[in-house]
Ligand binder design. Structure first.
Ligand code: GDP
Length: 440
């Protein structure tokens, strides 16, 4: 996420490292680079200029009052300003109303349908709500099917009406259906066009007026940079929406949309999408994002993701197994799956302070565990529960079955043994303490 911008800001802020104090000259030099970094990230020219002006005033004003090194001071000021630029505090969504009606708007391909599913899944698991998804795209039957597929995947009912050409009526009927079937959240996915056009704007505006949603979200593809900001403006003029959803932040986006949108429409970014899977949704926290942009990592989010996947019951079972020396390869596989559910590996690395930068050129394969899984899958159930059974001939069979080498099989066994040993050691106070820490 935002690798290029992070890099350039890092270089810009480095200029001050060797200096004993902040002066007009070295501040100007640093800020010229900061501005260039922002412009390269596709941040609007005016916003970039305003940004550096504010940072300059603060830097020169605070210079004498602090014991921080000039470099550190500048990083702090830039961080605070980036946070402000992206919205200051995190803003949740309004869940009032029975049911709460949430309307999705945005262009086709922005990720509306995917995000509708993610949000339904998020509200269902986090806030124990009973959502209903509504398909309002009357132009593309494929879009309705797509929502049904998503709904099935996450176990959420999808409302659609075959043959009905009136999206306003469909959305109103859906709300009636929700009321009589105990749904307390209605998420309305609307049709999108490839570009803004009048007909589409009228349509969504009519739906908006008819259903009066508690929350209207504008979904936008962050890869589209300045275009994202322009589209946001058009939609906001018509809908006066409540918040923005930035999708595809897992891709190679430059960051301009994230940094400009709040200033232009004065609406908060509420959620981000970081992948195609239903779990790839995060509440947007401006300060954490600023930390990530400046390569300071985002340990809070990392721990939160771990917590989400943390299942106390499973953990207790696991502890028992370890204590009895029964930790086997099936448990190992489960652990791997938990890590995988936390998200894309490169993204996770980016949350560790310093690691993002160090690893930016390393190609971290999302399938890093594929070989390990193949090897484990080639073991018999008996071998998985009792790894001690693995003698030379069995190893040879497993290597052949999984298409890996004997060395790789041996290496996995070694890792497995080390991990078992470590887990056993942590069984004392250490392990429990760690779990407590994870639970905050
Ligand atoms: P819609 O036309 O606005 O409903 O957009 P879709 O939900 O169909 O999304 C368009 C494409 O973007 C699909 O291929 C999605 O899988 C993909 N997509 C959506 N959100 C994300 C995201 O956060 N990250 C990535 N990498 N892809 C996404």
């Amino acid at each position: 996420m935002f690798n290029n911008l992070s890099d350039k800001l890092d270089k810009a802020l480095h200029v001050l490292k060797g200096h004993g104090s902040i002066t007009e000259v070295n501040v100007a030099e640093t800020l010229k680079e900061v501005r260039r970094a922002l412009l390269d990230a596709d941040v609007n020219f005016k916003i970039a200029k305003q940004f550096t002006t504010t940072v300059k005033e603060k830097a020169l004003g605070q210079n004498v009052l602090t014991t921080l090194q000039p470099g550190q001071l500048m990083v702090k000021i830039v961080k605070d300003e980036l946070t402000q630029l992206m919205g200051g505090d995190a803003e949740g969504i309004n869940l009032s109303g029975t049911p709460t009606v949430i309307l999705m708007s945005g262009l086709q391909g922005s990720g509306k349908t995917t995000f509708s599913g993610k949000l339904a899944n998020y509200l269902k698991t986090k806030k124990t709500k009973k959502p209903l998804l509504v398909a309002c795209d009357i132009y593309r039957p494929a879009a309705i099917n797509q929502l049904h597929v998503v709904g099935e995947q996450i176990g959420v009912e999808v409302y659609s009406e075959e043959g009905n050409q009136d999206p306003v009526a469909i959305s109103q009927n859906a709300i009636k259906h929700a009321k009589s079937n105990g749904h307390n959240i209605v998420i309305v996915d609307t049709a999108g066009r490839l570009a803004v056009d009048e007909e589409m704007m009228n349509e969504i505006s009519n739906i908006h007026k008819a259903i009066q949603p508690q929350e209207t979200l504008f979904v936008v593809d962050s890869m589209t940079g300045q275009d994202a900001v322009n589209t946001a403006k058009t939609f906001n003029d018509i809908l006066n929406f409540d918040g923005v959803v930035l999708t595809k932040l897992d891709g190679d986006t430059r960051g301009g949309a994230a940094l400009s949108i709040k200033s232009v429409v004065n609406k908060p970014i509420k959620f981000i999408g970081t992948g195609e899977k239903m779990e790839a949704i995060d509440v947007f926290y401006p300060d954490r994002m600023a930390d990530r942009i400046l390569g300071m990592g985002d340990v809070v989010s990392l721990v939160e993701r771990a917590q989400e996947q943390f299942d106390e019951e499973e953990a207790r079972k696991l502890q028992k197994k370890i204590a009895k020396n029964q930790f086997g390869f099936d448990d190992f596989l489960k652990q791997i799956n938990q890590v995988k559910k936390m998200g894309n590996m490169k993204d996770l690395m980016g949350m560790i302070p310093g690691a993002g930068k160090a690893l930016k050129d390393v190609d971290i394969d999302d399938d890093a565990f594929k070989h390990v899984e193949a090897i484990i899958h080639s073991m018999t159930p008996a071998e998985r529960t009792k790894p001690a059974l693995l003698d030379a001939s069995r190893k040879k069979r497993i290597a052949k079955g999984s298409g890996r080498t004997i060395q790789e099989v041996n290496q996995l066994l070694k890792q497995f043994n080390q991990m078992s040993k470590m887990m056993k050691m942590m069984q004392g106070g250490g392990g429990r303490k760690m779990m407590q820490m994870m639970q905050g």
